[in-house]
Design a protein around this ligand. Structure first.
Ligand code: PMP
Length: 395
């Protein structure tokens, strides 16, 4: 293609990172929360909005938000950096520590944005492939970090799109071996049994090089707001602050995040519902002709065995169910990824999948059982909402 002005030569051929946004009834392709944020949060936000000085720039340091996040994690505000989504946090880290002549290490297949942002910041990428079960071979990981001496080693835990959380021993091991920052992307951290945050201790060797990245987009039901953050050493926080554009985090987002932290119980209820539904999807998938992997996140990876991923993806779309087609991503041949939705959405997905895989005969039985489960879950959701209303005095 002839261009008006030539692009940076190292970026030729690079395209943006997107997920198909099709107008469907059941959207299970981008790992968002299927439930809206709590009503009480929305009310508080509405009321505080009237106090925003819209003619003024926001607090450049997002101090109140960082203070609240610090309290939430038991650290000081100087150990927290906030940005517009965890993607911007990752970008600031790579701007500060990556760049020409420096290398980032990662373990494929993993979240594509780690490699993508590394390329945008002219950071070299060195990677190895995970095993067939998508676990990490530590001998191979050691050899990689020994060979390339990465300035940043990325781990994604739970790993998107494969689903498994990295055991704490793996994170500790890499902290021992990798010379630079070990950045653990915990966008789905609350769905997992362990967190790298528990490894951060001043007395533990190397843990000041540990950086944990989190987001409000998933568990906090706030993807529209674009808010992410990292917990790390104050030196890393300062470095990231100097990379961010002035006033990058607007006043409304700062406020939304600060207020969300008053609703931890509601967030935890949502996480519990998603985990319960994840269990139901995993059990159902095990009875179908698909290969599937265990998940510690709010999504499940699977590979249809009797029909191609593309055919199944299309069949689901015909039923107005959208999942993520990963079948052309390296290391994920013929794989699809489904985000855990509401009980009703998951039932729609499973019914459509059974029909696509020719398992419609079990459908009757399954849909009856699922109907009962859905009703049970709907009442659990209602109970959760009632508790929330009772707590806030709202009817
Ligand atoms: N990290 C991982 C592993 C993700 O899957 C995502 C979202 N797809 C992000 C970070 C970015 O999330 P956000 O920018 O919405 O915070």
């Amino acid at each position: 293609m002839s261009r008006l002005v030539p692009l940076r030569p190292d970026l030729t051929g690079l395209s943006g990172y997107h997920s198909a946004q099709v107008d469907v009834q059941v959207r299970l392709n981008t790992n968002e929360s299927p439930l809206p944020p709590p009503d009480a949060w929305l009310e508080e936000l509405r009321s505080e909005l009237s106090r925003v000085d819209f003619n003024r720039y926001p607090d450049r340091d997002a101090h109140a938000l960082r203070q609240a996040l610090g309290e939430f994690h038991g650290v000081g505000p100087e150990e927290v950096f906030c940005a517009k989504g965890s993607n911007e946090v990752l970008q600031c880290l790579l701007l500060a520590y990556g760049g020409s002549g420096r290398c980032a290490a990662l373990f494929e297949p993993t979240y594509a944005l780690h490699r993508h942002i590394a390329s945008l910041t002219a950071t070299e990428v060195a990677s190895i492939w995970r095993a067939a079960d998508y676990s990490l071979d530590l001998n191979e990981a050691d050899a990689l970090v020994e060979r390339v001496r990465p300035i940043i080693t990325f781990l994604c835990s739970p790993n998107n799109p494969t689903g498994r959380a990295e055991p704490p021993e793996v994170v500790s091991h890499l902290l021992e071996r990798a010379p630079g920052l070990v950045v653990v992307d915990e966008a789905y951290g609350q769905f997992a049994p362990t967190s790298a945050l528990d490894l951060r201790r001043p007395e533990r060797r190397g843990t000041s090089r540990l950086v944990v990245v989190r987001t409000f987009s998933k568990t906090w039901s706030m993807a529209a707001c674009r808010l992410g953050y990292l917990v790390g050493d104050p030196e890393v926080v300062e470095a990231c602050k100097s990379m961010a554009l002035p006033y990058h985090l607007d006043a409304v987002t700062q406020m939304a995040g600060r207020l969300a932290l008053r609703h931890v119980a509601a967030m935890e209820e949502r996480v519990a519902l998603v985990k319960e539904e994840r269990g139901r999807i995993c059990t159902a998938l095990r009875e179908l002709p698909v290969e599937t992997w265990p998940s510690d996140a709010n999504f499940v990876l699977f590979r249809p065995l009797k029909r191609s991923a593309k055919q199944v993806w299309n069949d689901l779309l015909e039923e107005s169910v959208l999942v993520r087609d990963c079948s052309e991503w390296r290391g994920l041949s013929e794989c699809l990824r489904v985000t855990v939705g509401t009980a009703k959405e998951n039932t729609r997905f499973l019914t459509a999948l059974r029909s696509s895989l020719g398992h419609a005969s079990t459908k009757e039985h399954a849909s009856t059982t699922e109907h009962a489960q859905t009703t049970e879950r709907a009442s659990t959701t209602e109970r959760a909402q009632t508790t929330e209303r009772a707590q806030t005095g709202k009817r």
